[in-house]
Structure formats: C-alpha cells, structure tokens
Design a protein around this ligand. Sequence first.
Ligand SMILES: CC(C)(COP(=O)(O)OP(=O)(O)OC[C@H]1O[C@@H](n2cnc3c(N)ncnc32)[C@H](O)[C@@H]1OP(=O)(O)O)[C@@H](O)C(=O)NCCC(=O)NCCS
Length: 285
Amino acid sequence: MAIKYLTCDKVSIDDILKVLKEGFKNHAISIEFTNESFEQIVRTNDVKLDLSLMAFADEKPIGCWLTGIRDINGIRYGYCAALTIIPSYRGKKFAYNLSKRALELQKEAGVKITKLYVLKDNTPAYNLYKKLGYRDVRLRYSLYLKLSELEYASQKLNITDKAITVNDFELCMKDQEIPWSLGNYKRYLNAYRALIGKNENETVGFIGFYPQDELFIAYLGMSYGWRTPSVASTLIRAAAKYVNATPDTKILFFEIDGKSYLYGILKEFGKIKKKYVKVEMELEL
Ligand SMILES: CC(C)(COP(=O)(O)OP(=O)(O)OC[C@H]1O[C@@H](n2cnc3c(N)ncnc32)[C@H](O)[C@@H]1OP(=O)(O)O)[C@@H](O)C(=O)NCCC(=O)NCCS
C-alpha cells in the first residue's frame, strides 16, 4: 500500500469532508460536516490548513488531522480540532503515524504546547494520545437537569439583556478558563442570547444561552463575592423565563471546567446529571 500525506491546503474540501463524515459517523456526539460547519470549525479554532494533514492510502483519502494555532501571552499554542481515520483502515497505526507528522509540523511552526479535548469514554483516541505523550490536564463536564429540579432560592438582581462586553466577560471568567477556550468564548459572546445580572451598578454575573428544545447554556459567569448557587439559579431562571421554559424543560450546561467555581456551584444543584465528560490533554513539543 502506498501511503502519502498532504497538507490540507493542497486537498479539496470535499475530500476532507468525506473523511470527516465517514470517520465521525458513529461518534458519541454527532457532528454534522457540511461546507458551512467546516468553515465554522476552521474559523472558531483558528485552523491552519497548511499545518493540517490528510493521509492517503493508494491515493484514497483515509484520514485527517486538523491543527489550530493561537499565540497567547507570547506562547504559541497548537490545538487538534479533529482527528480521524476511516473505519476500514483503523488498527493499522495510521492515526499514530499521521499524528506524529502533524505534531512535527506544529513544532516546526514554533508551537510550544499543543492541546486537545477527547471524550473520556473514547478509549481508542485516549490511548492514542497517551501513546503520543499527551498528559491529562483537567476534565470538562456537560451537565443537565430539569428546570423544576433547580431548588435554590433566588437573589434579588436587576437583569437586563444588553450585550455582554468583553470586559464583563473577563471580569467573571479570566481566572477560570484556559486561554484557548477563553478565546473561543469571546468569539461567541454575542452569538448567543445573553442576560446580565446587576446589583445597582455592579455586574454580578451573566448568562449566554440558546433556546432549543432544551435550554442550552453556553456560558455562565459570576464575579468575585457573587459565586453562589442562588446567583447562578437566579440567572438560569431568568434565561428560562426569557425562552418560556416549562418545569420539564431540560437545561443543558455546555462543557464546564471540572476545576472551576462554576462546576462546584452546579454540583450543589443536587439533581444535576452528566451528559458526557471530556478530558483536556496537552503535550509540550
Ligand atoms: C481514534 C482513531 C483516530 C485511532 O485510529 P487508528 O488508526 O485505528 O489508531 P492506530 O492504529 O494508529 O493506533 C495507535 C494507538 O491508539 C490506541 N488505539 C487505537 N485503537 C484502539 C482500540 N480499538 N482500543 C484501544 N486502543 C486503541 C492504541 O494505543 C494504539 O497503539 P497500539 O496499537 O500500539 O496499542 C480512530 O479510532 C478514529 O478515527 N475514531 C473515530 C474518531 C475519533 O474518535 N477521533 C478522536 C476524536 S478526539
């Protein structure tokens, strides 16, 4: 079998999409790969196609690794935005060899630390990353509960729906989020519906959400001194009211850092359940 690797800027988007679709078909979180969603993945993760790689076996595209690059506080970070080998070619070291090359490209491009997120239950991928030398950094939890299960008393706050500023956001999140995901959130800030809670003129917290069948909470932040279950539940209830949620509406919290104050607060909502858990991993190059 003749194996070759090409950077993604030298490959058609159709070939990339074909491999991603086939490779992620049975993934635990369903991902739709269209031209638009691919553009979104590229944009939000700062994917560089000239540092991303496709693997070919006898000219057939069989695998793909997408690399994002960001310079944060003088350090160049890399990020694996996607990796897959199509099912019929698995178990033959293709992912290992593709990953090694993709990591080398990052190193040549000056990346010092490279990161990724993997579902905790995705044993093949997790083992692969361990084999490549990645270490676990922390867990991220996607959590949910029904509106009626939110049992905390409310806090008196003045809640408005004016746009959240980056300043407000940083006030509540800077000490919490790793720089890479903080960068992602900032891009999304006003893509979601958002509410701000104030006590007189002081920003107490905010919530960004997206009304689907369930109430999808993209971010929830509180400033120092206001990080309590009552403030969190007040903001959540305000968002629920905004979208006319019923007691049975499922509230879904998107990927909460297991080391954050927010995780501690949400855990106090006794009936909260886990939808999935991701491991953040990193490797120094
Ligand atoms: C994860 C994935 C890319 C691995 O591809 P692959 O080409 O089969 O992997 P390789 O043959 O290169 O295996 C390299 C290492 O990965 C681990 N691994 C791969 N398949 C595994 C399996 N079924 N069970 C346990 N470990 C496995 C092993 O450590 C293996 O090394 P070893 O063979 O010396 O034990 C592939 O299963 C895939 O595309 N999965 C779906 C998409 C996905 O989950 N991507 C990761 C998202 S974060």
